[in-house]
Design a protein around this ligand. Structure first.
Ligand code: ATP
Ligand code: ZN
Length: 709
C-alpha cells in the first residue's frame, strides 16, 4: 500500500512509500528522501490523489516508530495551520513535533518509553485512581485547594465556566486571582475524566517559574508527580522529547508551555488556557508565522475542548470578539483585586516642566527614596537595554551606526562594546571618533544599564530600615543571558534583597511581586510616535501590566500604611493612553481604539497579510513585490475585487545584516475572501520568484495576521 507522508518542507504535497501492512493516518515513520533519513507522518491520501502509475517503483518505509499514532485532531490542526498560514504541510508538521524525534530510531524510542497509563482505570474516583498510580502521595501535604477560599468573583466565574461551552475571555484585573481560576477549571476537567488533559499556555515560561511551581504544587498531590510537564524553548531537546512523549501517551495530564505547545499531541485534551492572551509572544515571528492563541481557539473548537483566554488587558481582537453584541466569546469579568487591594494611584509627571535631560523628576526620586526607607520595593521600567542607544561625536556629528543595518549600535558600558540589536554585530568602543579623531564621544539617550548606574548614585546615601544601604538591581535580556540567571535574580527580588529593580518589559508582566508598592515608567513616550497602528494598544497594555506589579499584597500594603503608586514621566500627559491609564479604564481605552479602527477599516474590522521581500537592493525587493502584485491582477485571481493591495514600501528598519527589506500590505474586509485570494496567489509568488531576474536575488515570505507593521 502507499503511505503518504509530508515530511519535507520544500516539497509540496505528501510523498508516497510502501509498507507491507496498512498504517493508520498519524503513524510516525522513518523514511528516506534521496539518501537522507527523515521522520515522516502517515497522512490520509488527498481525495484527488492520482493512483500511483504501475511503472513507478515506490520505496518502502524504513521503519515504523513504536508510538500510538497522532490523533485526527492533531492532523487536522496541522492541515488547517498550513492552509491558513500559507505554509507547507510538512513544515508545520515538523514544527509541531519535538526536534529530537526527527533523528530518533525505533530502538532509541523504545528505550525512552515508560509503560503506558492504564487504559480504563477501575471505577474509583479520579483522584483515587491517580493516587493509586503514584507512591509518594502520603508524604505530600494535603491537597492545598482547601486552603484557598475563592473570592466571590472567582466563584462566579468558575461557575459560569462550568455551565457554558466557551470560548471565554476572562477579563480580570491585575492581581484579581486569574491563576486560581485556571487551576480550578483545570482541576475540574481532570477530575471529571481520568483520561482528560489540559493545555496551559503562557507567553514566556522562563518568565513565570512561579506559575509552573503553582501548578506542580497543586496537581502533583492530586494526579501524581509526573502529571505536570512543560514545553518551551529553554529546555534541552531530550527534556522536550520527554514532555512530548508523556503528553502524547496520556501520562501527563497538564502541559504547561509557550506557543510551541499549541502543537503538542494531547489525545485527551479537554481544556485550553491561554494566560495573558494579549501577549505578542504568542505570535511566532519566524518560519511559519502562526498565532498560538488563534490556533488554540481553532483546536479547542475542533477537539471539543473548552478554551479560556485570560488577561487584564485583552487584545482588541479578543475584546471585540467578546463584545456581547458580537458574542463569539463569553466575556467574564473580575474587577477586584484579591483582598480588596487597591490598584495603584497613577501619577503623571509632566516632563515639559522639568529641566531638559532630567532622568528622574525630583518628586519621583523622593517617592522612591521614601519607599526604600520604609523597606518597600520599587520597580523602574524602561523598555530599552544597554547604556545608551547611540554614541555620537560632539564635533563632527558621527554616530555609532551599524555597518550592516539601518540602525544604531547600542552602547553597552559593562563590556565597553557597541552592539547592534538587529544583526548582533559587536565591536569595542573606539577611543576617539572614528571619523574626525575627537576623543569626546558621548552617549545619547538612556538604557536600563544607565538607569541602574544613575539610581545607585542618586540613592547612595539612602538607607533601608535595617540600616543597610539601598540596593539597586537590574533585570533585562543582558543580565539574564545565562541559564538560571533570571530565576536567581527574581528570587533576590522576592527575598527583599533588592530595593529598586530596573527592568524592561520582561519584569512588567505576570510576576506576583509581593512587596513592590511603586512602579515608574520613566520614558514611555517613544511608542506614541510609532507608525504602527497597534503601538498605542501595546503601550497601554505594558503600562497597565506594569502598574499591576504594585501593591499586589493588600495585607502588606495596609500593614505598611502605604499606598501603591504608578508614576509615568511624559511630555504628553494629555494623551489618551495616559488619561485612560489614570482611571485604570481599559474598557474606555478599548472602546476609543476600536472606534478608530472601525472608522479606518483596520483589524479587527479588516484582515491583513504582509508579503515581505528581502534582496540586495531596496529596488529589487520592491520590484519583486510590484511584479507579484501585477501578476495577481493579470492572473485575475478570485476575490481580486475584495482585497486591497497596497504599494510596496521599505520596512521601518530597512536594512538588516546587509539585506534590504520591503513589504506590501494586503487587506480585506472578509477573512475568507482574503484566504481564497492568498491561496490562489501563492503559486504566482513562486512563479515570479523563479523568473531569471528574481531567482536567487529575492527571498519572500508571507505573514498572515501580522502583529507589527
Ligand atoms: N481566593 C484567594 N484567596 C487568597 N489569595 C488568593 C486567592 N486567589 C488568588 N490569590 C492570590 O492573589 C495573588 C494574585 O493572584 P494571581 O497572580 O493569580 O493574579 P492574576 O489575576 O494572574 O494577576 P496578573 O494579571 O497581574 O498576573 C496571588 O498571590 C494568589 O496566590
Ligand atoms: Zn546590525
Amino acid at each position: 500500500m502507499a503511505v503518504h507522508t509530508p515530511m519535507h518542507s520544500t516539497v509540496g504535497g505528501p510523498l508516497s512509500y510502501t509498507h507491507p501492512s496498512p498504517l493508520p493516518p498519524g503513524t510516525l515513520v522513518r523514511v528516506r528522501l534521496g539518501t537522507r533519513p527523515l521522520l515522516g507522518v502517515v497522512w490520509e491520501a488527498p481525495p484527488d490523489a492520482e493512483p500511483v502509475p504501475a511503472h513507478v517503483q515506490l520505496r518502502a518505509l524504513d521503519a515504523v516508530l513504536p508510538l500510538p499514532p497522532l490523533d485526527a485532531t492533531w492532523l487536522r490542526l496541522v492541515a488547517f495551520a498550513a492552509r491558513y498560514y500559507q505554509r507547507s504541510l510538512g513544515e508545520i508538521a515538523m514544527a509541531g513535533l519535538p526536534p529530537a524525534l526527527r533523528s530518533a530510531t525505533p530502538e532509541q524510542l523504545a528505550k525512552r518509553l515508560q509503560p503506558p497509563a492504564p487504559k480504563k482505570p477501575p471505577r474509583k474516583s479520579a483522584r483515587a485512581a491517580a493516587e493509586a498510580a503514584v507512591e509518594p502521595v502520603a508524604a505530600l501535604p494535603a491537597p492545598p485547594e482547601a486552603a484557598v477560599t475563592l473570592s466571590a468573583e472567582q466563584r462566579g466565574v468558575v461557575d459560569q465556566i462550568a455551565q457554558h461551552p466557551g470560548p471565554f475571555l476572562l477579563y480580570g484585573s491585575t492581581g484579581s486571582g486569574k491563576t486560581e481560576v485556571y487551576l480550578r477549571v483545570v482541576q475540574r476537567a481532570l477530575e471529571a475524566d481520568p483520561q482528560a488533559q489540559a493545555l496551559v499556555m503562557v507567553p514566556e515560561i522562563n518568565l513565570t517559574p512561579q506559575l509552573q511551581e503553582r501548578f506542580a504544587t497543586r496537581f502533583a498531590p492530586l494526579f501524581g508527580p509526573q502529571s505536570v510537564v512543560s514545553m518551551h524553548s529553554g529546555m534541552t531537546e531530550v527534556q522536550r522529547l520527554k514532555s512530548w512523549l508523556a503528553a502524547h501517551q496520556g501520562q501527563a495530564r497538564i502541559l504547561l508551555g509557550t506557543r510551541m505547545a499549541v502543537f503538542a499531541s494531547l489525545p485527551g485534551l479537554k481544556v485550553i488556557v491561554v494566560d495573558e492572551e494579549h501577549d505578542p509572544s504568542y505570535k511566532q515571528e519566524e518560519g511559519a508565522r502562526y498565532s498560538a492563541r488563534d490556533l488554540a481557539l481553532w483546536r479547542g473548537h475542533a477537539s471539543g475542548a473548552q478554551v479560556l483566554l485570560g488577561s487584564a488587558t485583552p487584545s482588541l481582537e479578543s475584546w471585540h470578539a467578546s463584545d456581547p453584541a458580537v458574542g463569539r466569546y463569553l466575556r467574564l469579568h473580575m474587577p477586584s483585586r484579591i483582598g480588596a487591594g487597591a490598584l495603584p494611584r497613577v501619577r503623571l509627571v509632566d516632563m515639559r516642566q522639568q529641566p531638559k535631560r532630567t532622568v528622574f523628576a525630583p518628586p519621583l526620586l523622593e517617592a522612591i527614596t521614601a519607599r526604600v526607607q520604609r523597606g518597600e520595593q520599587s520597580l523602574v521600567l524602561l523598555n530599552r537595554r544597554g547604556f545608551a542607544p547611540v554614541l555620537f561625536c560632539t564635533d563632527c556629528g558621527w554616530k555609532s551606526d551599524c555597518p550592516h543595518c539601518s540602525a544604531h549600535q547600542v552602547f553597552h558600558k559593562g563590556d565597553r562594546s557597541l552592539r547592534c540589536h538587529h544583526c548582533g554585530h559587536t565591536q569595542r568602543v573606539p577611543p576617539a571618533c572614528p571619523s574626525c579623531g575627537n576623543p569626546d564621544i558621548l552617549p545619547l539617550g538612556k538604557g536600563t544599564e544607565q538607569l541602574e548606574e544613575e539610581l545607585a548614585r542618586l540613592l547612595r546615601n539612602v538607607q533601608r530600615p535595617d540600616g543597610q544601604p539601598a540596593r539597586v538591581g537590574r533585570i533585562d535580556a543582558d543580565t539574564t543571558r545565562h541559564k538560571g540567571a533570571l530565576e536567581a535574580q527574581l528570587a533576590q527580588v522576592h527575598e527583599g534583597e533588592i530595593d529598586v529593580l530596573v527592568g524592561t518589559q520582561m519584569v512588567a508582566k505576570g510576576h506576583d511581586f509581593r512587596r513592590i508598592t511603586l512602579v515608574a515608567a520613566v520614558q514611555p513616550d517613544g511608542a506614541l510616535f510609532s507608525s504602527d497602528f497597534r503601538a498605542p494598544e501595546r503601550l497601554f497594555c505594558l503600562l497597565m501590566q506594569a502598574a499591576g506589579r504594585a501593591g499586589r499584597d493588600a495585607g502588606y500594603v495596609s500593614d505598611q500604611g502605604s499606598q501603591p503608586e504608578m508614576w509615568v514621566q511624559t511630555a504628553e500627559p494629555q494623551h489618551s493612553v495616559f488619561t485612560a491609564l489614570r482611571q485604570h479604564d481599559y474598557p474606555a481605552f478599548a472602546a476609543r481604539q476600536l472606534q478608530e479602527r472601525h472608522d479606518a477599516g483596520m483589524p479587527p474590522f479588516a484582515f491583513q497579510t504582509l508579503v515581505r521581500a528581502d534582496a540586495k537592493t531596496q529596488a529589487a525587493a520592491q520590484d519583486f513585490l510590484r511584479a507579484v502584485s501585477d501578476a495577481a491582477r493579470q492572473g485575475q485571481l478570485p476575490h481580486l475585487d475584495d482585497v486591497f493591495l497596497y504599494p510596496p514600501i521599505p520596512m521601518t528598519v530597512q536594512r538588516v545584516a546587509n539585506v534590504e527589506r520591503a513589504q506590501m500590505l494586503i487587506e480585506a474586509a472578509d477573512r475568507r475572501a482574503l484566504q481564497r485570494f492568498l491561496h490562489a496567489w501563492q503559486p504566482w509568488l513562486h512563479w515570479v520568484r523563479s523568473q531569471p531576474q528574481y531567482k536567487g536575488v529575492v527571498r519572500w515570505l508571507m505573514d498572515v495576521d501580522p502583529l507589527s507593521l
